[in-house]
Design a protein around this ligand. Structure first.
Ligand code: SAM
Length: 220
C-alpha cells in the first residue's frame, strides 16, 4: 500500500471507482442516520439548499431531495455520480439534485459565503492527512454563509470494525484496499476550531460506531 500523497489519492480514487462499478448501490438505498439528523437540523434552521461532499451514489442526496431540499452532490467517483444522476432522473428529482465530480483535496468550487449547509457522511474518515482535513474544513468554513451549518459523520476509534484494519503511517488504516481514519474526540475538537460547536454525538449504525458532529459558522 503506497501512502505517498499523490499515489495514495490516485489509488483510492481507483479503488472507489472499481467498488461502485462492480457493486452498484454499494451503500444501499436507505438514508444514513446522519442524513436523517441533518434534514431535521437544516429544516429547523430554515435552510433549503445543501452541498453534499463525498455523496457516493446518492442515497442521502436523494433522501434530502425527497424531503424538499435542493442538493448539489459531489464525489470523486464518476461511476457513483452516474448512478446518482440516473436514480434522480428515475424518481423525477433531477430538478432538485445536481451532481459534479470533485476531489475535496482541491478547493471547493463555490464562492465565499454562498452555501447554507454542508453535509458529509463518512467522507472525512477517508484517506486524508490531518493537514488535508484541516484544509478541507477551512474550505467548508469559507463557502458557508454566516450562521451556516456543517453536519458530518465519521468512524470512531471505538468502532469494533477497526480491529480488522491494518495500521499505516499518519493515523491511517487500510482494509481491503480502502484507506481510512478512525476519529477520536481530540480530532473532532481540533477540527471544530473557528466554529460554534453544536454537538459531537457517538452513535451506532449497523455494526459501526460513529461520531456525528454539527458545527455552525459563527454569525459574527
Ligand atoms: C464511505 S463512502 C460514503 C458515501 C456516501 N456519503 C454514503 O454515505 O452513502 C465515502 C465516499 O467518499 C468518496 N471520497 C473519498 N475520497 C474522496 C475525495 N478525496 N474527494 C471526493 N470524494 C471522495 C468516495 O468515492 C465515497 O463515495
Amino acid at each position: 500500500m503506497k501512502t505517498g500523497h499523490v499515489e495514495l489519492a490516485r489509488a483510492q480514487q481507483e479503488r472507489w471507482q472499481t467498488a461502485y462499478a462492480h457493486h452498484p448501490q454499494l451503500h444501499g438505498s436507505e438514508p444514513s442516520a446522519a442524513a436523517q439528523w441533518a434534514a431535521e437540523a437544516f429544516g429547523a434552521a430554515g435552510i433549503d439548499d445543501v452541498l453534499e461532499l463525498g455523496a457516493g451514489h446518492g442515497r442521502d442526496a436523494l433522501f434530502l431531495a425527497r424531503q424538499g431540499f435542493s442538493v448539489h452532490a459531489t464525489d470523486f467517483s464518476e461511476s457513483a455520480l452516474d448512478q446518482l444522476r440516473l436514480e434522480a432522473q428515475r424518481e423525477g428529482l433531477d430538478d432538485r439534485v445536481t451532481a459534479a465530480l470533485h476531489d475535496v483535496r482541491d478547493p471547493l468550487p463555490p464562492a465565499d459565503a454562498t452555501v447554507n449547509a454542508v453535509f458529509a457522511n463518512l467522507l472525512l474518515n477517508m484517506a486524508f492527512s490531518r493537514a488535508e482535513l484541516r484544509s478541507l474544513v477551512a474550505e467548508i468554513h469559507r463557502v458557508l454563509c454566516l450562521g451556516g451549518l456543517f453536519v458530518y459523520a465519521v468512524w470512531s476509534v471505538a468502532d469494533p470494525c477497526s480491529a480488522n484494519w491494518q495500521q499505516l503511517d499518519g493515523g491511517l488504516s487500510v482494509h481491503d484496499g480502502f484507506v481510512g481514519r478512525f476519529f477520536d474526540e481530540q480530532l473532532v475538537a481540533e477540527l471544530a476550531d473557528q466554529w460554534e460547536f453544536g454537538d459531537a454525538t457517538p452513535y451506532d449504525e449497523g455494526r459501526r460506531r460513529l461520531w456525528r458532529v454539527t458545527l455552525t459558522k459563527p454569525a459574527s
